[in-house]
Design a protein around this ligand. Sequence first.
Ligand code: PMP
Length: 366
Amino acid sequence: MTFPPLREDLRGLEPYGAPQLDVPVQLNVNENPYGPSAACIADIAASVAQAAASLNRYPDREFVELRAGLATYLSRDTAAAGWSITPEQVWAANGSNEVMLQLLQAFGGPGRTAISFAPTYSMYPEYARDTHTRWVQGRRAEDFSLDLDAARALVEAERPSVVLLPSPNNPTGTALPPDAVGVLCEAVGEAGIVVVDEAYGEFRRADTLSALELLPTHRNLVVTRTMSKAFAGAGLRLGYLAADSAICDAIRVVRLPYHLSAVTQATALAALRHTEELLGQVDTLRAERDRTVAWLRSEGLTVADSDANFCLFGTFADRHAVWRGLLDRGVLIREVGPEGWLRVSIGTPEEMAAFREALVEVRREL
Ligand code: PMP
């Protein structure tokens, strides 16, 4: 027996995570480059101070006020269709990573199957591994879209309890049409849930829709979101979902008691009061993304269409050399996705100018 006596299937594995390096231009983990204003910081600080006065008590286990605030925020996307999301249809945890782990704890498990379609977010197989859920991975089409017939056939063959569908997908930026989500919800039926991971949902292009609109017609649909990206709150660790209230109730069985600290709840509520400001740079980032995609293409590179705050570009015979060359010039991007591709997060105009300049230099040298 080797020490520590780790589960056999976990031995030798590396923890997930991108390098955290202190370089001038950080474009590697799809953060929002714009920090909060002084007024927002002051409101968060005052709210946390108030929460601190009763830190001897456990926080509200059901985080009722926060669920109501998140329901109001999400209902912006459903208002045009004439309905709203209720607090009972909302659940939250420490980042959408934790939300998804809880979903796998509740709906996956031994004897059950989860599926997704590669290339996709590398944490998905880890949630399956950690919950002893069987993991099946289909493939996306050459252009990274979902081949709906193949996806439906896989669902029918594997009868999964959980289907993970990011939209926009990470690392490709590809959004899914709600019709495709509807077809897969039908194929899965009530024996499973379909999770549409909309971590980057707010960055979608004008003609791309959210899967939230399908909630009234599909009881087995779960739409996850996060405050980490568009909401400029990666440090806050607050992810959430909208689903049938029975699904939210079921998650309560597996969540740890008081999993959302009083400090987290106070901070998230304060951030929600500054929604307009925190989301204020989303349009700027979308425009900068479209400019970046166009520039990369004008340089003769291939770029996946993106509905997110990053784009995947390539292809390079030696992508590591390109990544390294950029890092040597103070620009950190991500070596992720299929062989030969690289992913860059969208930063400020100054950061993107530094990225462009460094990439031109690196390509000239290689
Ligand atoms: N889903 C996708 C597709 C992501 O890319 C990420 C973060 N990189 C997450 C979920 C998790 O984000 P968070 O835990 O910060 O909400």
